[in-house]
Write a protein that binds this ligand. Sequence first.
Ligand SMILES: [Zn+2]
Length: 237
Amino acid sequence: MVRLRDIAFFAALALMAQERPAIFRITPVRPVAELRTEALAARPPQETGDFLRSDLVDLAKLDPRVKLDIRYATTDDFLSTPVYTSARAFLQRPAAEALLRAHRELMKQGYGVLIFDAYRPWYVTKIFWDATPSDKHQFVADPTQGSRHNRGCAVDLSLYDLATGRELSMTGVYDEMSERSYPNYAGGTPEQRAHRQLLRSAMEMQGFTVYETEWWHFDYRDWPRYAIQNVPFEEIR
Ligand SMILES: [Zn+2]
């Protein structure tokens, strides 16, 4: 006999499943564990120049309503394997302050920022590149160049509704390797395109630029002034 309480339970489960964000996944070209060992043994590209001193700020401490959903610390990432050892997000101080200003402006309209990723140690960029098939390499940074994430000046984010806590629906899902990820992709619903534009406008007002193939990726204008780093989250002071 199925009791009413059970029906309510299964209905709640179904609702949760529906609300779980869609995750884009690829099959890594080689086992991630193997790639990780190689990447940890490799060295970032040598850079010359007069860089600013790194001053990475923990985004979780900016504002209680800056929400973190660090997919790379979970199996809910494009490799279906955690690549981060902790669910944290950092940006160089001026970029973190600019992000906070964007968040505060968005809050006036009932939204908050939802952070997927920010500073990324270089070896993780190498894992991503080595795990991705070459026909999809336009969606991952080349480790010989480094990523702006490695400099602590890039952030991957979306928006959530302050009233419901729910992630807003966009024209494509995070990390999706398709044309739906382009910030000028004309498909999706008018509402999804409006959400995407709201995020982009708020970020551009504060000195960020959207990446040409990813609606969720924003570079802070000072990125060339910071060096590529390979320090793990646990060693950031
Ligand atoms: Zn990114």
